[in-house]
Write a protein that binds this ligand. Structure first.
Ligand SMILES: [Zn+2]
Length: 230
């Protein structure tokens, strides 16, 4: 008689095994392997924090997992377990007890992590190459807790000899340009915009090559440019 999945899951959560289960586990590779799988589920679920965004997997994910492991183990989506009230239901209570967000168990392996909540995007647009440049990028205006950020990403920019890349926001006709910060060497910068700046007046985002020449104006050497659209 092999170990019950319920027993193995409880052990994976840290409960001591009963003497019978303990001695069976010592002789049965199949049950030890089952226990390992439960432990992996628990370990994965314990790494989930409140900041993780949960994504419900499409049914095909569970089908794929089943195909992958069958017939070595029975994989049960907790969504299904909740619906059918099978004995795995106890895990719902146990999981809540150790602070697991229930959905995360059902979606283990399908969670994405971030350290802070995603900012709200107010406007965004693509940045197209200018003046013979071959790179493209993206720009987004983000509302991060009331502070407005311009998030500029231009991957693959060549290093500038004796210079750097400057990010500008400009009126639609590019007649007035405001320097809002530099683009880091990895081509990704989140720039805090000056308080009081009416971003609606400056929908054009431009990245230029600037040199350490003491001239605060635009060099007229743009590499990418694009319009932000709400
Ligand atoms: Zn066994």
């Amino acid at each position: 008689m092999h170990c019950d999945d319920d027993d193995l899951a409880v052990i994976a959560l840290g409960e001591p095994a009963s003497p019978e289960v303990e001695s069976h586990l010592q002789q049965c590779a199949r049950c030890r392997s089952n226990l390992d799988q439960w432990s992996a589920v628990v370990a994965s679920a314990r790494t989930v924090s409140a900041d993780d965004h949960l994504i419900a997997p499409p049914p095909s994910v569970w089908d794929a997992i089943r195909d992958e492991v069958a017939p070595a183990a029975t994989v049960t989506s907790l969504d299904e377990a909740r619906r059918s009230r099978r004995p795995v239901g106890w895990l719902l209570g146990a999981a809540a007890g150790i602070g697991i967000v229930l959905g995360s168990v059902a979606t283990f392996g399908v969670v994405t992590s971030s350290t802070e909540p995603a900012p709200a995007i107010m406007a965004q647009g693509g940045l197209d190459p200018l003046d013979g440049a071959t790179v493209t990028g993206t720009a987004a205006l983000e509302d991060a807790d009331g502070e407005v950020h311009l998030h500029v990403t231009v991957p693959g920019l060549p290093a500038v000899e004796d210079g750097y890349y400057e990010v500008w926001m400009a009126t639609a006709d590019a007649s007035t340009m405001v320097a809002v910060g530099t683009l880091g060497p990895d081509g990704d910068s989140i720039l805090t915009l000056p308080a009081g700046m009416d971003v609606a007046d400056f929908p054009l985002v431009d990245v230029s090559v600037e040199h350490f020449d003491g001239d605060p104006g635009h060099s007229a050497q743009s590499v990418v440019r694009g319009l932000l659209e709400a």
